[in-house]
Design a protein around this ligand. Sequence first.
Ligand code: IPM
Ligand code: MG
Length: 354
Amino acid sequence: MKIAVLPGDGIGPEVTREAVRVLEALDLPGLTLFDGDVGGIAYKRHGHPLPLETLTMAKESDAVLFGAVGDPECDNLERSLRPEQAILGLRKELDLFANLRPAKVFEGLEHLSPLKPEIAKTLDLLIVRELTGDVYFGDKGEKVALDGSREGWDMMSYCETEVQRIALTAFRASRGRGDKHRVTSVDKANVLETSQVWRDSVKAAAVSHPDITLDHMYVDNAAMQIISNPAQFGVILTGNLFGDILSDLASAAVGSIGLLASASMGERRTAHGIFGLYEPIHGSAPDIAGEGKANPMATILSAAMMLRHSFGMEAEAARIDAAVGKALSDGIHGGDLGGDYGTQAIGDAVLERL
Ligand code: IPM
Ligand code: MG
């Protein structure tokens, strides 16, 4: 089992280190970890945020454990050399079109959510975000507007086949959750042509899945509903841009972005399961980088998702989830949760419980 570990920038290396300790503690036979550079650090060392060597390593592995990319020192580089291009490039090159972002309030931690506890405890949803299309990957550019001012433009589009494959992922994921089999497709079909094609394609895909309860919601309403009545949601199926925004919203509702893991998957099979890239949904947090303050739990939970989805190791994944849950309920809280446990202390606490 080959895992490419790509820590990246900012707090990436700190949080990834703790997740690696957890993986190593499981003592899984045949597990080999390889390290590679991505993001701003890769630009500084190799002149590109996604060096060929790193891309090749990722392609040859069975799964990727990713930290974070983003470095204020690189903000003025031309866009193609900025750290963010590393993660966008990996998603595209590896055809990781399906991004799974579960958001659930941990039992006993309702008080950490900015929502009222009785609402917070009903939040248990999965965002299935399309990851390789939409306005993220359309043509883009800058031109001179008619009045002589600068004009930026980005092309948004989805084709039927792109929508249908992510819709099928959402339907499958909904079954796996064993809950209400409810999928809410989120779009902006009252305004955007892209969304009209999206909505019609999702409906067409649903015809052969009668066990799924499918409904459709505009993205502005969805933002409001996630906060005011989260209990209604099982799986939220949405495009790249809306999914980016709604997943941060959902993580804030959980109480901290430092707790949310994610899986990005495609269709490539390996000898062990399905290839995937696993990353915390938070970014590189340059303001606290190197201070040992970041909460590594989201990355540790991402490693659990990796064992579950790419290696079929449900029992080991559940052990990690339980250890993190226990640490949280025992009061092991990082600064993001108003506590004073540092990165390594949180890693130690999770290991002890594991
Ligand atoms: C995310 C991040 C990325 C995105 C950035 C870093 C390019 O915000 O994974 O949600 O926009 O997809
Ligand atoms: Mg984001």
